[in-house]
Design a protein around this ligand. Structure first.
Ligand code: FES
Length: 120
């Protein structure tokens, strides 16, 4: 299996500058588009700003006791780690890997393109 390759984008210079709400979700920009960063047990997860079901604003949802993000509109639940729709409606929440390097926060976007087909 080919290993995934990512291009990493800095979304914050410092973890401490992220504006987490009471719901432990912050909004940052990834290449000019809003995405969410969710914090659960000191780990950070990046996922889409809008819900794949009907466009609910995920940043207005919450993270439950199991570390799943819950959409505020119809309360569908998603794993922040793999995007799985854990409440079973069959949707998929786009998500990205997060790395902390020094103090800065980076989000990885999977590289796509011809050469990746061959693992180049
Ligand atoms: S819009 Fe998110 S669950 Fe319906």
């Amino acid at each position: 299996m080919t290993e995934k390759k990512y291009t990493w984008h800095k979304v914050a210079d410092y973890v401490s500058e992220l504006a987490f709400g009471d719901n432990q979700i912050a909004v940052v920009e990834l290449k000019g588009k809003k995405i969410c960063l969710g914090r659960y047990r000191e780990a950070l997860f990046a996922f889409a700003y809008k819900c794949p079901h009907a466009g609910g604003i995920m940043a207005d949802g919450y993270i439950d006791a199991l570390g799943q993000v819950v959409c505020p509109l119809h309360r569908y639940k998603f794993s922040m780690a793999n995007g799985r729709n854990t409440s079973g409606e069959g949707y998929y929440l786009k998500h990205w890997p997060v790395e902390i390097r020094g103090d800065a926060v980076y989000v990885g976007q999977e590289e796509s393109g011809f050469w990746n087909l061959f693992g180049a």
